[in-house]
Structure formats: structure tokens, C-alpha cells
Design a protein around this ligand. Structure first.
Ligand SMILES: [Fe+2]
Length: 249
């Protein structure tokens, strides 16, 4: 089974279209999104419709919980970020909001995969430290021993972790980085962010995973960053948010 895995689209239509074109060429059996389809970007309506039309299955991110009221938007401390979430919330149609509200927090598959937004143990956890990775690998082994690979998002940084190593730099940032996994190990893998990459590379990130070959490909797709920035500026978003998209941070 071949999976295309997309995380943190964040209402960036230009990035999503570039990734969807690459996904179409890859011809995966399933498309999964890891939440945060909305917020930050200027095209929430178009992005939610595009993902729905692709028949991707997905899970709920923190931004979906903010806009549907599951989590209070008042908990978002930064004004610039809250403004983008309110922008998404105020534009989505009722049917789209209902779709997002119904997204599950996790998806588990019969071939040993788990899809989450933050971490296996907490949907809001940012996996940023070695200790956090190790604790979550242990958590998986103790509570879900059948899980071979857990895909997660939320940090917007591509990463691959085992019980002994965390790789999150991918220094050269090639458009395709292929990693052969080992059957006996437990993995935490972040495909990176489609619409808000934060690893100092402005290209949209996603991943292709072949569960039969046990191979993951970290993919990057160039897209019209300036076009996405123009839309954000026209929406009145904070200038720093517009600029950071072009810097990949
Ligand atoms: Fe996110």
C-alpha cells in the first residue's frame, strides 16, 4: 500500500495545488492529511474543498479545533495568529465547518500505521526535543505495540526518529530524500508542512510511504510563494506572517 501524507496545509492554496499535482503523478493508494488544513493562509475555503475532492482521509489539528469551537480561540495568545484563525472561521461554509468538526484525533491502519497531529500521547504536543521523541517512542511500544510508523505534524519540520536517533535537518533539502526503514523498529515521522514549512526551506513538503517496501520519501515541491504571500497581504494579515512564508520559518 502506498500512502501520500500531507500535513499542515494551513489554507495555502498555491502550495496545496503544487503538492496535489505531485501526488497525482505518484498515484498513491491512499491520501492522508494530518490536520491544520486552515489558519495562517488566505484560502481556507478552497483548501478544504480541494482536500474533500481528493477523497483524502484526515485527522483534526489544533486549528480545526479552534475554528469549530472545540478549543477556545481565546487560548491563542498571539494576535497575528488568532486573526488568521478567525479569518478561516468566518469564511468557511457551515458544511465545511461540520466536516472539520467530525475529523478524528487519530487514524490507525491495519498495516501498522498511526496518523496523529501532535504526538501519539497528546494531540497538542510539539515534538521538538530528543527527550520528547524518546518518551513517545516508548509510549508507542507500551500502548500500541503493533504500530510500526507513526506519522505526525504540528511542528512543520520534516523529521524521522527511532529509539536511538532523531534526524530532522535534511541539510541539503533535496526535492526527494529516500529512507529505507527497518521492519523491527518503531518510527516517528513528520512529512513537513505543505503550506507553512519551518525548516528554512520555502518549498511545500509532503511524504510518500510504501508500506510493502517499507520506504519513505520526503518530497519537496516548488510553488508560487509570492502568489500566496500576495493573497495573505490582501487579506490584511500581519506583515511578519507574510514574510516568514518566503523564508520557510
Ligand atoms: Fe500547524
Amino acid at each position: 500500500m502506498r500512502y501520500a501524507i500531507l500535513a499542515d496545509v494551513h489554507a495555502n492554496l498555491e502550495a496545496l495545488q503544487a503538492v496535489m499535482a505531485a501526488v497525482k503523478k505518484a498515484k498513491p493508494d491512499r491520501v492522508i492529511h494530518l490536520g491544520d488544513l486552515v489558519g495562517y493562509g488566505a484560502s481556507p475555503v478552497e483548501c478544504v474543498d480541494a482536500v474533500r475532492q481528493s477523497k483524502a482521509k484526515g485527522i483534526c489539528g489544533n486549528h480545526e479545533r479552534y475554528i469549530t469551537g472545540v478549543t477556545s480561540i481565546e487560548l491563542v495568545s498571539r494576535d497575528d495568529k488568532r486573526a488568521t484563525i478567525e479569518y478561516s472561521r468566518d469564511r468557511l461554509r457551515p458544511d465545511q465547518l461540520l466536516d472539520l468538526k467530525c475529523l478524528p484525533l487519530q487514524i490507525a491502519t491495519e498495516d501498522g500505521l498511526l496518523f496523529v497531529h501532535g504526538s501519539p500521547r497528546n494531540e497538542d504536543e510539539y515534538l521538538l526535543t530528543y527527550e520528547a521523541y524518546m518518551e513517545n517512542i516508548q509510549y508507542l511500544r507500551m500502548t500500541m505495540p503493533d504500530v510500526h510508523v507513526c506519522f505526525f505534524g504540528h511542528t512543520h519540520v520534516p523529521a524521522l526518529a527511532t529509539a536511538t536517533n532523531v534526524e530532522s535537518k535534511f541539510e541539503e533539502k533535496p526535492d526527494v530524500a529516500v529512507v529505507q526503514l527497518a521492519d523491527s523498529r518503531t518510527y516517528l515521522i513528520n512529512p513537513g508542512s505543505v503550506g507553512q514549512p519551518r525548516d528554512r526551506c520555502a518549498k511545500a513538503a509532503w511524504a510518500l510511504y510504501d508500506s510493502t517496501e517499507d520506504v519513505v520519501e520526503f518530497r519537496r515541491a516548488a510553488y508560487d510563494v509570492a502568489g500566496a504571500q500576495r493573497r495573505m497581504a490582501a487579506a490584511g494579515f500581519d506583515e511578519k506572517l507574510v514574510q516568514r512564508l518566503g523564508l520557510g520559518q
